[in-house]
Design a protein around this ligand. Structure first.
Ligand code: ADP
Length: 353
């Protein structure tokens, strides 16, 4: 293809404005040209990058040699590589090289097409993480259910009442865990698809809290945790979607139970805030949330670095909590608890029915 004279400006604009980074190098790997996108990706201005080695402007973050050693001067695509930007941030890029044959006797250059795929890579990793963990999340309560039901079937006639009760409680526990997991999955799918709607009605929060406590009973009993509830006398009704707020409460209480220590009570308090807000807080004596994790744990599939190994989970519950509360016009947050632990809270605006 030849470019007519009058389109020279057009081809320059194309190279400049393409979202892909374009760099050309000589046989020694020295940068001869770098477009704005490559500058944005690497953090190097064109003035600073020209004449430098490609390995210095796009240093590999893994410490496994230099980029130049991995490049081919003919047409080839490299597998994704991690590089460090000028400010030290690690990003993932794909690089394709191709030979640029220039007119006349000019020495050929090598073109690098560079694409920043950090965001796509993160989504891909999240998906793999999710798929790897979701089967485990289902299998654990299902195996426990199967074992309890089999024991019941085998020995029902010979069992004493308290033995039978223990097995039924264990079944109840597994069913509760599965129910929370499935509710969170379904909510999360409908939030992502933009199909999430709430149905508000005049609701007594005290009743919802009692129902949530009943639902969470098997989890709390298993870890010998009491639920200590504080509710002011004349709390007004709120206009909320009762099913969704129950989901919020059960998620927060089940996290407090899961991450909080055995034998320690969990406190739930409802309080009237300023300008007609009701604040609901769930406090535990668990490991707490570090300030680095605080901003992220309400995002999907994010688990706090320290706590994730200690307990099962896939990092969905808090993202569902946040979406539900925000669609009611409220806010969610987490604070350190005096004496250790965390206080997860949310607010709901009071609208007299
Ligand atoms: P999951 O518990 O399934 O991982 P969540 O979205 O409910 O998912 O929670 C996200 C992360 O936040 C958890 O993995 C855990 O690291 C942290 N977390 C949530 N609640 C608490 C809590 N009460 N105490 C300490 N860490 C918590």
């Amino acid at each position: 293809m030849s470019i007519p004279q009058h389109t020279t400006g057009w081809s320059e604009a194309l190279v400049r404005d393409l979202p892909e980074g374009i760099v050309t190098i000589d046989r020694d790997g020295r940068i001869l040209f770098i477009n704005d996108s490559a500058g944005r990706i690497s953090g190097w201005s064109s003035a600073d990058a020209l004449g430098r080695s490609i390995s210095d402007v796009f240093p590999l973050s893994t410490g496994n040699g230099k980029l130049l050693e991995q490049l081919s001067f003919s047409s080839v695509s490299l597998p994704p590589v991690n590089i460090l930007t000028r400010s030290g941030k690690e990003i993932t890029v794909t690089i394709r090289t191709t030979e640029l044959k220039l007119p006349g006797n000019a020495v050929p250059e090598t073109v690098l097409l560079i694409r920043d795929i950090t965001a796509e890579d993160a989504v891909f990793r999240l998906r793999s993480y999710f798929l790897a963990n979701i089967s485990h999340e289902f299998r654990t309560p299902l195996s426990a259910l199967k074992a309890s039901v089999e024991l019941l079937l085998e020995g029902l006639e010979g069992f004493k009442l308290d033995e039978t009760l223990e097995l039924v409680k264990s079944i109840h526990f597994s069913v509760t865990a599965l129910q929370t997991l499935i509710d969170n999955l379904l909510e999360s799918v409908s939030i992502e698809a933009g199909r999430f709607r709430i149905r508000r009605q005049a609701t007594d929060l005290k009743r919802l809290l009692t129902e949530s406590a009943m639902l969470m009973k098997p989890l709390l009993e298993r870890r010998n945790q009491n639920l200590v509830v504080t509710i002011p006398e004349d709390l007004p009704k709120v206009r909320v979607d009762p099913m969704r707020i129950t989901e919020v409460l059960t998620n927060l209480i089940s996290n407090a139970s899961k991450y909080g220590p055995i034998d320690q009570p969990i406190e739930v308090a409802l309080a009237m805030g300023e300008s007609n807000w009701i604040k609901v807080s769930v406090s535990d004596r668990g490991p707490g949330i570090t300030s680095e994790d605080r901003a992220n744990i309400f995002h999907r599939f994010v688990r706090a670095t320290e706590n994730d190994k200690a307990q099962y989970g896939i990092g969905l519950g808090l993202s569902v909590v946040k979406s539900i509360i925000e669609s009611h016009g409220g806010t969610v947050g987490v604070d350190d608890r005096l004496g250790g632990g965390s206080v997860f809270w949310f607010t709901i605006p009071v609208e007299e029915p």
